[in-house]
Structure formats: structure tokens, C-alpha cells
Write a protein that binds this ligand. Structure first.
Ligand code: MRU
Length: 370
């Protein structure tokens, strides 16, 4: 997608040096655009843990490159396999909720283990990481095409009036390699000239909506308005939301959806107001082993300071200020689970399906067997 006039992905191999992976450091957006170089697996672990990169698809792609960098380091170690197992574990522990992380690590381990010599392993890991990144971008582009069909249907119903879409957190191109999941249909519709407007939930505590989704949409010229997290229900009651599209960090094979904290409340409000609530995801965000999302999806608990403090631009510098009484404790649950019954449908790279085991099986019969 575009930043200014230039096309970017969120992660790429440095031109002329295959041993350096470059990323957009998302911590300083929207105020400063910084490209960061990662050259060790530890760099990648830190980038995921401290959220230089974030979002399910991008975490997966970063892990793919992390495994590749680990193969380069492993050649200097006593045991190649032991080093790789350690690297995989460190990457795996960097963030718990997005299943793409585990998916990408396992995919890379299986690719690497099929090769004999260290040189072959490095080569295969490099190609594997590129493939994970490319597939993520292609899947998101296809999600855009399928989601466009839903927006076109609304366009007909609304006879050309503005279509208002609400989204939560950042499931945009910054959360993936390109296009995004929830935003892919939005970009596709906007590019086709459909009159759309996006309500952007600010998404406390880290404000991925206010900082990242708003920035992306602004770069692409998509009309949008940032709202506080508690505004969506009111807008729905007033007929100002036509559809909700969110992303997901992990979706069970029965259609329960883990996404950024606050998603569940939006789904409840959408149900109460008869507004379609869609979840867009590449198949790498399905957890094919879990059927009860509320019981079994691990929910990340992050540092209380993310709730207690807020950061923003002040006199040209990023400043962090305390919001709460110094002595107050804060709880920082990073995700919640929206049960399948509240999800109108899932938008995947293969098409749209019901958020249910049979719906998902209809699109992925080779993975989800009877
Ligand atoms: O904590 P983050 O920023 O990594 O959270 C992930 C998200 O961006 C959202 O939950 C998103 O809606 C799904 S990831 C595509």
C-alpha cells in the first residue's frame, strides 16, 4: 500500500543484502515513519514482543523471517537443530494470542527439516519466509475481492448513499504484509469508486485504531472518522453504521473469534441493532485444534503501564503522560473472544462462509475433515 507516493509492504528483505530484514517500526506511527533493520533472531523476537511489528499476519511473516535468520546463526553453533529448536521456542513465546506465529514457525521448521546441509536449510528458510509473506499479501488481496461483494450488495440497498463501516483496532495492511484483512474490502470498494466512510475505534490502550488504521486510511485517501471505543453502540442505534468488519488474531474451527479487546462489545451492539458483523481473516489465522474459543484461546495480559499512561505528540516530540492516580492498579487484557453466534459471516481468501464448523469446512474441506 502507499505511504506518500511510494508503495510499501510492512516487511521485506533489504535490497542487496539478504541477511537484513526491514520493517516499518509501528511504535512511532502516525507521527514518524521509521524503517528498522533486523539482522538476528533476537531482533525479531524483540520486535514482536515490543510491538515494532504487530497484527496476526505480520507477526506470522516476521516469525518466518526470524526462523530464516536463525538458520544463518545456527551454522556457527555446535548443534544446528538444538539452536533452531531454541530459536523457535523464543519466537513462539514472544506473543501468545495470534495463531499465525505458531503456524509460521511450524511451517518453517518443517521446510528446514526436509533439507540436508546447512546451506540448503538456509536457502529453504529464506524461500519459505518469502513465501509466507507473499501468501499473506495474496490472501488479503483475495479477502478484499470477496468482501467487496458484500459492500456492493449494501451499495444497491442504500441506492448510492454513503456506506458507513465500523472497524476496531488495526486489521489493516500494517497488521499484515499488505492490504490488511478488515481493510482489504474497504480499499477495494474505495478504489472502485464506491462512496464509503469508515468509523475507526480508537482502541485503547495502545490506540491501534487512532494511530494506525486512521494513518493508513488517510494515506490512501479513504474518508474516515476516529471515535472513542464507547461510541459505536450509539452510532448503531442512530442508523449510522451499515456494517462492522474486524480482523482476528485466532479463530476456532467452530467460528469463535479472538480479537483486540472490545471487539465482543461491538458484536453485541451490532446484534442488538441488526447490523451485520463480519470478521475477515486469512486461513493462517484459524486454529484448527481449538473448538471453544472462550475456554481455550490464550489471552495476552500486557503491562499495566499501557493503560495507566498515554503517549502522543506534544511540541513536536512524543510524550508519555500518566492518566491515573499513581497508586491505582490497572489490568490490561489485550484480547477478547466473540462467540460464533454473534458473527454474521467470515470473509476468507477462499470466500465467505458462516462462522460455524460446517461453514468453515465448506471452504476448507481438506483441512477440516468430517
Ligand atoms: O495487539 P495487536 O496490535 O497485535 O493486536 C492485533 C490486532 O491488530 C487486532 O486484534 C486485529 O484486529 C487483528 S490482527 C489482524
Amino acid at each position: 500500500m502507499k505511504v506518500g507516493n511510494q508503495n510499501y509492504r510492512t516487511i521485506w528483505v533489504k535490497r542487496g543484502n539478504n541477511k537484513i530484514i526491514q520493517i516499518i517500526d509501528q511504535r512511532t506511527l502516525p507521527h514518524t515513519f521509521i524503517i528498522e533493520a533486523l539482522s538476528t533472531v533476537q531482533d525479531v523476537v524483540r520486535a514482536i514482543k515490543d510491538m515494532h511489528v504487530r497484527g496476526a499476519g505480520l507477526i506470522g511473516a516476521a516469525a518466518g523471517y526470524g526462523m530464516y535468520l536463525a538458520t544463518i546463526e545456527a551454522t556457527a553453533m555446535e548443534s544446528f537443530d538444538e539452536y533452531m529448536a531454541k530459536a523457535a521456542k523464543q519466537l513462539y513465546n514472544s506473543r501468545p494470542t495470534a495463531v499465525n506465529l505458531e503456524w509460521a514457525i511450524n511451517k518453517q521448521l518443517s521446510t528446514i527439516n526436509q533439507q540436508k546441509t546447512p546451506k540448503e536449510k538456509i536457502n529453504a528458510a529464506f524461500l519459505g519466509a518469502n513465501e509466507i509473506a507473499d501468501q499473506d499479501a495474496i490472501a488479503c488481496r483475495n479477502i478484499g475481492e470477496h468482501g467487496l461483494y458484500l459492500i456492493r450488495k449494501l451499495e444497491k440497498e442504500k441506492k448510492g448513499k454513503t456506506i458507513n463501516i465500523l472497524t476496531h483496532c488495526n486489521a489493516g495492511w500494517l497488521a499484515f504484509v499488505d492490504y490488511g484483512s478488515a481493510t482489504a474490502p474497504i480499499y477495494a470498494a474505495f478504489d472502485k469508486g464506491i462512496d464509503i466512510h469508515v468509523w475507526v475505534d480508537e482502541t485503547r490502550p495502545r490506540n491501534q485504531g487512532a494511530r494506525l488504521t486512521a494513518w493508513e486510511l488517510a494515506q490512501h485517501g479513504v474518508p474516515h472518522t476516529v471515535i472513542t471505543d464507547n461510541t459505536g453502540g450509539h452510532l448503531m442505534q442512530q442508523g449510522l453504521v451499515d456494517m462492522v468488519i474486524t480482523g482476528t488474531d485466532r479463530t476456532t474451527y467452530t467460528g469463535d473469534v479472538a480479537n483486540k479487546i472490545g471487539t465482543y462489545l461491538k458484536a453485541l451492539a451490532a446484534k442488538d441493532n441488526n447490523i451485520p458483523f463480519y470478521v475477515a481473516l486469512p486461513s493462517s489465522s484459524f486454529d484448527w485444534n481449538i473448538h471453544d474459543g472462550i475456554k481455550d484461546i490464550p489471552i495476552e495480559l500486557r503491562d499495566q503501564d499501557e493503560v495507566k499512561y498515554i503517549a502522543g505528540l506534544c511540541d513536536g516530540k512524543i510524550k508519555k503522560v500518566l492518566l491515573t492516580p499513581v497508586e491505582s492498579k490497572a489490568a490490561n487484557y489485550a484480547f477478547d473472544v466473540t462467540p460464533a453466534r454473534l458473527v454474521t459471516a467470515l470473509i476468507t481468501e477462499r470466500g465467505i462462509c458462516a462462522a460455524s464448523e460446517s461453514g468453515i469446512r465448506s471452504l476448507f474441506p481438506e483441512i477440516l475433515k468430517e
